[in-house]
Design a binder for this molecule. Structure first.
Ligand SMILES: Nc1ncnc2c1ncn2[C@@H]1O[C@H](COP(=O)(O)OP(=O)(O)O)[C@@H](O)[C@H]1O
Ligand SMILES: [Mg+2]
Length: 265
């Protein structure tokens, strides 16, 4: 007998349209997606394909125009705004491209903030633990301006982590970082997934980044056009991004040669 784990996220026929004046723009055109607890998946697709729109719905920041969304088995596609916020705060952490940190607030206070909203006590020890988990135990009193981009993003990850969500959604979380900081941040996500079993949905336009996850979902024009496991995910602790020259070579290879380079010599 096979044991079927219940999906943590189960969306069926999700659409999302925006109406502007007389025109209706259909951004998501019927998305089906099931995600199991502990998965680490990348959502890729060209700019404008609907990745952020989909993430906002999966993250209970927005609701679909039509379709069903079961989060941990409960239908959340039609609940009130207020209930949606409660569900979101309890289950989901977010990390964005621009960190979204408060300018004049120390790392420690930023990370305590979600606990304030959740009305949870024991805030400082919990925030310290979350900052230590992203390697920032020495930087707790720093303001964002006193931190590098990579460190700011780590504060944002600690802030997402502090409420102990079962799911973290990251929208281009490494998009503003240099390769080294990006790699570090990616390593943190891999560790959180591996060691704490947190389900991670990682939106990226970068194929190299996506290869560090375990499943790749491709969006195009508001539809899922591919969905497959990544057979040998890279480990951020050891992987080396190919040089620009190698990357170009490989693009040329697939685009122009389509076979062995020697054949064209
Ligand atoms: N609030 C909105 N109102 C109108 N159009 C929107 C809104 N949000 C997104 N769109 C449109 O939906 C499409 C997909 O956007 P988005 O989900 O941000 O794509 P991606 O994240 O893949 O770049 C774009 O054409 C965008 O202009
Ligand atoms: Mg986007």
């Amino acid at each position: 007998m096979t044991v079927q784990t219940q999906s943590v996220i189960d969306v069926r026929g999700i659409t999302r349209s925006y109406t502007m004046g007389e025109e209706t723009l259909q951004v998501l055109k019927g998305i089906d997606l099931q995600i199991h607890p502990g998965e680490f998946l990348a959502i890729m697709g060209p700019s404008g394909s609907g990745k952020s729109t989909l993430m906002n719905i999966l993250g209970c920041l927005d609701q679909p125009t039509a379709g069903e969304y079961y989060l941990d088995g409960a239908d959340v596609s039609k609940v009130s705004e207020r209930d949606l916020a409660k569900i979101r705060n309890r289950k989901i952490g977010f990390v964005f491209q621009n960190y979204n940190l408060l300018k004049r607030t120390s790392a420690l206070k930023q990370v305590e903030l979600p606990l304030v909203y959740a009305g949870v006590g024991n805030r400082t020890p919990r925030a310290k633990e979350a900052l230590a988990a992203v390697g920032l135990q020495e930087r707790m009193g720093h303001l964002p301006t006193e931190l590098s981009g990579g460190q700011q993003q780590r504060v944002a990850i600690a802030r997402a982590l502090v409420t102990e969500p079962s799911i973290i959604m990251a929208d281009e979380a490494t998009g503003n970082l240099d390769s080294r900081s990006g790699q570090e941040v990616l390593g943190i996500f891999q560790r959180l997934n591996r060691e704490r079993g947190i389900t991670i949905i990682f939106i990226t336009h970068d194929p190299w980044t996506a290869r560090h996850t375990r499943r790749l979902v491709m969006l195009r024009d508001g539809k899922v056009v591919a969905d497959s496991p990544i057979e040998q995910p890279l480990d951020a602790a050891t992987s080396q991004r190919p040089s620009e020259a190698e990357e170009l070579e490989s693009i040329f290879q697939t685009t122009y040669y389509g076979g062995k380079k020697e054949e064209y010599a």
